[in-house]
Design a protein around this ligand. Structure first.
Ligand SMILES: Nc1ncnc2c1ncn2[C@@H]1O[C@H](COP(=O)(O)OP(=O)(O)OP(=O)(O)O)[C@@H](O)[C@H]1O
Ligand SMILES: [Mg+2]
Length: 132
């Protein structure tokens, strides 16, 4: 009861934009305040971009949980994985000449953040934000 799921491909910059907009629209439809919808959409955009840029493309699963009181987002890719997750979360660390604020920033914008990664086994990030 009360779980709705949608799958979004993350294979291009346009897909990242679509995923971001879907998260924002769903959060608003669930009654999230505008600023909170923006927070979740910003986290989604960073994680989607990581799946695209570092993971070689992936997909996002968007789930409304507990009848829309929360939104859970799962990002998966089959890329090279993250060998040192703690280091990757540190602001300013980037293996790719980026600012290195995406992963740590995304973690601060959600209520729950889980990351699983294996060398050559891809990366899975699951985040949840609750309506306030
Ligand atoms: N899905 C992923 N697959 C493999 N490595 C990843 C993935 N997501 C993040 N990483 C690693 O973690 C590092 C930190 O990610 P983060 O998003 O913080 O910075 P960035 O993507 O390099 O730069 P930006 O600030 O533009 O996001 C990346 O440089 C990369 O090495
Ligand atoms: Mg990034």
């Amino acid at each position: 009861m009360g779980v709705q799921r949608e799958h979004w491909p993350l294979m291009s910059a346009a897909d990242v934009g679509d995923a971001r907009r879907a998260v924002h629209a769903t959060a608003r439809a669930c009654g999230f305040r505008t600023a909170d919808a923006v927070r979740l959409a910003t986290a989604a955009s960073e994680l989607a971009r990581n799946a695209l840029v570092h993971g070689g493309g992936g997909r996002m699963t968007l789930s409304q949980i507990d009848d829309g009181r929360g939104i859970r987002l799962e990002f998966r890719d089959d890329g090279p994985g993250i060998d040192d997750i703690e280091r990757a979360l540190v602001d300013g660390f980037s293996s790719a000449g980026g600012l290195g604020h995406g992963l740590g920033g995304a973690r601060r914008l959600v209520h729950d953040f889980e990351i699983e990664s294996r060398a050559a086994g891809g990366t899975r990030v699951v985040v949840t934000r609750w309506r306030r």
